[in-house]
Design a protein around this ligand. Structure first.
Ligand SMILES: [Zn+2]
Length: 570
């Protein structure tokens, strides 16, 4: 009883810094529509007329006050409203027409919205459409679009996302006040697609965190998040040039995953010999058969490069017409410019061509040592690992033969499978090892750019033809913070976001190989990357991984936003 009394006194005595009510938010659905049709399953009212559909258009109309001969100034942009095919109103461009819901959501094209819709003409002579509704109802249409409850269906991760989204809107309320709303509905703000995208799980996540925001120094934080950090998040200042105390690099790690052991009965030290063994190629005739080409026997010589070039070109590139077979094969990287050509090297290069050996690539999701599940082009596929499969671990350009070891999931694997059985694989050690975001198909990626694509990408830098690249500074997450790009005319140092945009990369977290022909000319570049997004703040797939391993939403938020406090506003 006494305790109750003290509690009551404290509540009365404490001044309330925030009104303890849920805010109403105004979301800008569009600000550039030429025409907008609003429908609903239940009748609604437009300027006292009941209807189930109303179409708004901007029109050039005559000023009703105009007198005398028609002048240009007498024509004004106005908003016309059609109800049931009949124009009922022509309003001044600045007028706001407000439609209250009447039971069923209001629909615009394929989307439907809770709350009221306001349409008004703007100074650009187009229509601005605003959806006004309570904040928590808005969040129901945001959370599932920012983190998919179908793909990442873990309630604690969705709750963390709900708090991040609520914090974002609390902090940015009124950002677009001049346009007549609080915040936009696209990924420039946070994605809001309305009631049809709601999902019971993300709705539950919003309800269970009602009113809760993340704060630092008592104020809502800038709750940045990105899809997949690739193992470690980055300091805000390295990407956005602004130091923010709670947006600092953290390892995307929660619990160590269980190892997935593997073993094999066969090992061939040199992986190139391994490729030829799996392809059953020891002679040029074998190689031709392997590629489905006519068997033309063996070359007369492998020491006379010109003669060897003639044989290889005619056998393996029968339809290519070239002035110099040797020059052509130099360009293809099949034969060296000078010096002896070992037959096995030439055979390997012929067979290893992606089309011939049929390498596939996937991300390991699970393995019991025999059955392996891999995400191939984003689709889960099951394979059997042959008991005598050749297994190599790739470190830089080295490929180490392995007879036993273990994976943890998330490894990027190049493999060759016949009828669902893997006979050879090369895996990159998952050095983002126990990262909570290793489940993302985006955690590891690889992209190739041709020399022409590189020149086009770097054109805005005006450096001439691309010749080289060097990473000057990496952040704590290994993101390329400053990169020097070298061209035939000049060189430029480029910050992370700019480089990412120029090259169209998913993330700034990458290493690369520059491919050159025997003469040193750049043929292309391969980027080996991790992550998707800017890498600052909460890692969304990491949040999912943490939730899978038992973390609460508060643990998730406090992991990615350093030193924050959760606060219930209403
Ligand atoms: Zn992560």
């Amino acid at each position: 009883m006494r305790q109750c009394l003290i509690a009551v006194l404290l509540v009365v005595a404490a001044p309330s810094p925030q009104p303890a009510t849920e805010p109403i938010v105004r979301i800008g659905l569009t600000q550039n529509a030429a025409t907008v049709t609003i429908r609903s399953e239940s009748a609604f009212s437009v300027e006292h007329r009941s209807t189930r559909a109303a179409t708004f258009t901007t029109v050039l109309a005559l000023d009703p006050a105009a007198t005398g001969p028609l002048k240009k100034a007498d024509l004004q942009y106005r908003v016309s409203v059609d109800v049931d095919g009949e124009t009922i109103l022509v309003l001044p461009a600045g007028a706001h027409i407000r439609i209250e819901p009447s039971g069923a959501p209001l629909e615009i094209e394929t989307r439907a919205y809770r709350g009221a819709i306001e349409v008004s003409g703007n100074t650009r002579r187009t229509l601005t459409v605003v959806n006004e509704l309570p904040l928590e109802e808005y969040l129901r249409g945001v959370v599932p679009n920012e983190l998919s409850p179908t793909t990442f269906g873990q309630i604690e991760a969705l709750k963390a996302q709900a708090v991040a989204a609520r914090t974002y809107i609390e902090r940015n309320l009124g950002q677009f006040r001049d346009e007549g709303y609080d915040i936009c509905a696209s990924d420039a703000c946070q994605v809001y697609f309305g009631v049809r995208t709601e999902d019971p799980l993300s709705t539950q996540a919003a309800a269970e965190t009602r009113g809760i925001v993340a704060t630092y120094d008592g104020k809502p934080i800038n709750a940045l998040y990105s899809s997949t950090c690739g193992g470690r998040t980055e300091d805000a200042e390295n990407i956005f040039r602004e130091k923010i105390p709670y947006l600092v690099s953290t390892s995307c790690e929660y619990k160590h995953p269980a190892p997935l052991p593997f073993s094999t009965s066969r090992s061939i030290a040199d992986w190139k010999t391994g490729v030829l063994a799996v392809a059953r190629v020891t002679t040029f005739a074998d190689a031709a058969r392997f590629m489905g080409l006519p068997d033309r026997g063996e070359p007369a010589s492998t020491t006379d490069l010109a003669a060897l070039a003639g044989f290889v070109r005619q056998t393996f590139y029968p339809s290519v017409v070239t002035a110099s077979d040797l020059s052509f094969l130099n360009d293809q990287g099949i034969l060296p410019v000078t010096g002896p050509a070992a037959a096995s090297d030439v055979l390997f290069r012929l067979v290893d061509r992606k089309g011939a050996f049929e390498w596939q690539q996937g991300v390991l999701t699970s393995s019991d040592g025999t059955k392996m599940r891999l995400l191939v082009n984003g689709q889960p596929k099951e394979f059997t690992l042959a008991p005598d499969a050749l297994i190599y671990q790739r470190i830089g350009d080295e490929r180490l033969p392995m007879t036993a070891g273990s994976w943890i999931g998330g490894e990027l694997i190049d493999f060759r499978a016949e009828s669902g059985t893997i006979g050879m694989l090369v895996y990159r050690i998952n050095f983002a090892n126990p990262a909570a975001d290793r489940y993302s198909r985006l955690a590891i990626w690889q992209i190739h750019k041709t020399a022409a694509e590189l020149d086009a990408a770097f054109k805005p830098l005006a450096i001439g033809d691309f010749t080289d690249m060097r990473i000057v500074q990496r952040g704590p997450s290994e993101r390329a913070v400053e990169t020097e790009v070298v061209g035939s005319r000049s060189r430029r140092t480029v910050p992370a976001l700019r480089l990412r945009t120029l090259l169209g990369l998913r993330d700034s977290l990458f290493s690369y190989d520059i491919e050159r022909n025997a003469r040193g000319t750049v043929l292309g570049m391969t980027f080996y990357g991790r992550g998707w997004g800017h890498g600052v703040g909460m890692c969304q797939v990491g949040a999912y991984g943490m939730a899978l391993d038992g973390a609460t939403y508060e643990e998730i938020l406090k992991k990615y936003y350093k030193g924050i406090e959760l606060k219930k506003l209403y």
